[in-house]
Write a protein that binds this ligand. Structure first.
Ligand SMILES: [Zn+2]
Length: 443
């Protein structure tokens, strides 16, 4: 409705403002205006279309980047998983080495205890051996003393006296053999001591041999422990490397996630821009449709206003005053009617096909209607004044010849009910310079 109104106003503006003659001209001028508008809108449409495909490209580009980013994330993630596995394996290996080292420590402790035991044994054996040695030495000393006593004929214990004190040879033999028996006993004791000493020394040698074996074993285990510890150190440095790699990969993953976030945000802003462009496009499309419709309506309006034929009487009744009366100041004719005078309603009708250019209430005209007509290419404007009620038509309304537009009355500057009717060619002005005698046109 509004659109139509604007179209009419537009048309009326051209007609009234520029005083063009002929609806073809009006239509042509308006149509060319509307065509120009349509062309401009189509340019806008093209621009928006370019923007749209540009945004689409950008969006596709961004989507490709997001896909690439996600691929990279997958790669980095699988690398992280691999490093994680390696780290777990390395930690387990370190733990296992630590267990083995603990085991070697236990073994070493046991061996140390064994060695301590053996050392104690050896000490004890050495002490025993020393004691025996001392005893043997003492015994030897004793024996030597006795032998010396025998040889030097002196001393307190003298074998020779024992032997010389014998009463007879048999006694002497007996005494000698007694001496030799004593000596034999000493000798036996010494031999026993020597034997025991030898046994102890053998034992010591055996124990020392065993100690050597245990010490060899200990050395082996210590070597093993050292090798385990160096292995563990290798693993720990491997773990350190893996940790570094892991940090790098996680840093990389963080960067990729950040980038992805930025890309997603950008994509979202593109989608928003797309929506804006889409809305603008819809608005432009609608504006083009409206302009086309307006063009159509302009054409139609031209046809409608471009009515054929002639004027008809605007009301029934009789002429009460002529054009040019009152010293040439009366710009129209007055029509009276008995019914109207009696208070009845006498219809006022459009004198020809046309468009209402003004319908309002004026202090002088009262309730008044202005209608613009184009008849055989000529333009006219008719005026219907002093109507009883506010006009039955509105501005820009298309009216047909004979269509009722109001009721005869006496509003405004009037002394009794009548229709004051004016005809202007081509249009009404304040000075009414284009007024003509209506009777020239009325049948
Ligand atoms: Zn009059």
């Amino acid at each position: 409705m509004m659109r139509k109104w604007i179209a009419y106003l537009f048309a009326a503006f051209i007609v009234l403002g520029f005083g063009l003659t002929g609806w073809e001209n009006v239509s042509a001028a308006s149509a060319s205006n509307v065509n120009q508008e349509i062309n401009e809108l189509k340019k806008k449409q093209d621009n928006l279309h370019d923007k749209k495909s540009n945004l689409k490209n950008k969006k596709e580009n961004t989507e490709a980047k997001i896909a690439e980013n996600k691929d990279k994330q997958v790669t980095v993630n699988s690398a992280i998983n691999k490093i994680d596995q390696d780290l777990t394996e390395t930690r387990n290996a370190i733990k296992s080495k630590e267990n083995e080292i603990a085991e070697t420590n236990r073994q070493l402790n046991t061996l140390k205890k064994q060695i301590d035991n053996i050392n104690n044994k050896i000490d004890k054996l050495k002490k025993d051996i020393k004691k025996l040695k001392e005893r043997i030495e003492k015994r030897e000393e004793l024996l030597k003393d006795r032998l010396r006593a025998i040889q030097s004929n002196g001393g307190s214990m003298k074998y020779i006296e024992v032997i010389m004190g014998s009463n007879s040879f048999s006694d002497f033999i007996s005494r000698s053999s007694a001496v030799s028996t004593i000596m034999e006993q000493d000798k036996n004791i010494m031999e026993t001591h020597a034997k025991e000493k030898k046994q102890l020394e053998d034992k010591q040698a055996e124990v020392e041999e065993k100690k050597k074996e245990i010490e060899d074993k200990k050395t082996k285990i210590e070597n093993k422990k050292a090798s385990l510890e160096s292995k563990k150190q290798e693993l720990e440095s491997l773990q350190e490397q893996l940790d570094k790699q892991m940090n790098k990969k996680e840093e990389k993953l963080g960067e990729l996630k950040k980038e992805q976030n930025q890309l997603e945000n950008y994509k979202m802003s593109l989608a928003e821009q797309q929506q804006v462009v889409k809305n603008q496009e819809a608005a432009v499309n609608k504006a083009i449709r409206m302009a086309k419709q307006r063009k159509e309506e302009l054409n139609q309006l031209g046809n409608e206003a471009n009515g054929s034929g002639s004027f008809a009487w605007p009301a029934s009744g009789y002429i009460t005053d002529y054009y040019g009366s009152r010293g040439g100041t009366h710009p129209g004719i007055d029509l009276g009617n008995a019914t109207a005078k009696g208070g009845g309603n006498v219809p006022i009708k459009a004198a020809a096909d046309g468009v209402v250019t003004r319908a309002y209430t004026s202090s002088s005209y009262g309730n008044v209607v202005f209608i613009t007509h184009v008849i055989d290419g000529d333009k006219y404007e008719t005026v219907y004044a002093h109507m009883k009620y506010p006009p039955m038509v509105r501005d820009m309304q298309v009216v047909k010849k004979g269509q009722q537009i109001g009721v005869m009355g006496s509003t405004g500057d009037s002394t009794g009910p009548h229709l004051h009717f004016e005809v202007h060619q081509p249009k009404w002005t304040y000075s009414k310079q284009y007024s003509t005698n209506p009777l020239s046109y009325l049948p």
